[in-house]
Design a binder for this molecule. Structure first.
Ligand code: ADP
Length: 398
């Protein structure tokens, strides 16, 4: 197969990659470079069910990681099979609602959009630059995490702030996890044998980051994440919605600096902040089971806020085809799913306990009782969407 797509998801100190067949989603090789920019930098490559871990050499950066990957691909006669590279790019602002062939102008826009995603876009750009160096003849495509939400109506994305902040500075809700919400909505449509353009869903992507999206006739019409990935439901370490007055209180009354508040809201809050234990849902579930009160409280706030978000998005619909759970927690935690559904009986969601217990570790299906509105667990596959959209864009251009 000469039409494989190399999918790259670059973070500030990590680089995730997979080489995929874009037609059927088969993963030929995948891996992760971690602890980049430090002497601990390592790369793990999974190929033919075997994992190979290697130390990276100085300067331990994204370029070193990509060069290592290229040598590996060449050694295993896979380099020639790379047809194109698909990059996950977090923020596409209002300019990008479609997969986009990367050129100098696009890179400049991604750079300018770093204002809106200072932690993510610069890292994504580093991945693009490193891949360009290593694969100079191969097209590079950007798939934006915000793109799917560009169909939201103004009433959903304009904040109740002076309008000039939107006009002059682009301050509005953008939403993230778009690739995941798009993927699971297409999968859910297949399950009910209906064109996705005729389907109404609410999807909950629950991982370390969490978001809920209202999908009307196949398009995002509202989503819980905002200008940044801090808005909405409570997450692993992010607070989600708080009264903005809390920020002034922390700064003016308690003497925290803005940097400290930023760090608290993004890295010290959420499941971690409330449980005082961990941001990992499994650890908190185990502690709650043993009677830890903070853990129980964290799970109860987490699930209530998600249920509330789902219920609030129901105002977009006359009828709903179903609710979708995805992401590490959505795909695996029967407890969280059960807690959420138990608060949504007014929307006719009623958990089928046996199905809920069964639907874990990669299994896909309905966990709601027959007479109820369906609620599916659907494992997400953002890499496949990136590979597929990259391939489709290039095929259209030929
Ligand atoms: P990310 O947003 O970093 O991609 P994931 O989608 O991998 O994160 O989700 C990570 C979360 O999923 C963690 O909170 C983890 O505890 C949770 N998770 C994974 N497996 C289970 C499980 N079996 N039960 C409960 N939570 C789980």
């Amino acid at each position: 197969m000469q039409n494989n797509i190399l999918v790259i998801n670059c973070g500030s100190s990590s680089l995730k990659f997979s080489l995929m067949n874009p037609i059927n989603g088969q993963v030929i090789l995948s891996g992760l470079a971690e602890c980049l920019l430090s002497p601990d930098a390592v790369i793990t490559i999974k190929h033919h069910e075997e994992k190979e871990k290697s130390n990276l050499t100085s300067p331990f950066d994204h370029q070193v990681a990509i060069n290592f990957l290229v040598s590996y691909l060449a050694k295993h006669q896979l380099k020639e099979s790379v047809y194109a590279i698909g990059h996950r790019v977090v923020h596409g602002g209002e300019q990008y609602s479609q997969p986009t062939l990367i050129n100098a102008d696009v890179k400049q826009s991604i750079d300018q959009l770093s204002k809106l995603a200072p932690l993510h876009n610069p890292a994504n750009l580093q991945g693009i630059n490193a891949a360009e160096q290593a694969f100079s003849q191969i097209p590079q495509i950007a798939i934006f995490d915000t793109a799917f939400h560009q169909t939201m109506p103004e009433k959903a994305y304009i904040y109740g702030l002076p309008y000039k902040f939107y006009q002059d500075h682009g301050i509005r809700k953008y939403g993230f996890h778009g690739t995941s919400h798009y993927f699971v909505s297409k999968e859910a449509a297949k399950m009910i044998n209906k064109p996705v353009e005729q389907c109404n869903f609410i999807s909950a992507h629950l991982g370390n980051g969490c978001s809920v999206t209202a999908i009307k006739q196949g398009c995002s019409v509202d989503t819980s994440l905002g200008l940044t990935p801090l808005e909405g439901v409570m997450m692993g370490t992010r607070s989600g919605d708080v009264d903005p007055g809390v920020i002034f209180h922390l700064v003016e009354q308690l003497g925290y600096s803005l940097n400290e508040v930023n760090n608290i809201l993004n890295k010290k809050s959420g499941l971690l902040g409330v449980s005082q234990l961990s941001n990992d849902c499994r650890t908190i579930e185990e502690a709650a089971e043993k009677g830890n009160k903070q853990a129980t409280l964290a799970l109860s706030i987490f699930s209530y806020r998600i249920a509330k978000s789902i219920a609030s998005f129901s105002c977009n619909f006359q009828s709903l085809d179903g609710l979708i759970f995805t992401g590490g927690i959505g795909e695996n935690s029967m407890l969280i799913r059960s807690l959420i559904l138990s608060q949504l009986s007014l929307l006719n969601f009623n958990e089928d306990k046996t199905a809920n217990e069964h639907m874990r570790f990669g299994k896909q299906g309905n966990i709601s009782k027959n007479s109820s509105t369906p609620c599916w667990v659907i494992p997400t596959n953002e890499e496949w969407v990136i590979a597929e959209q990259t391939f489709q864009l290039l095929e259209q251009e030929h």
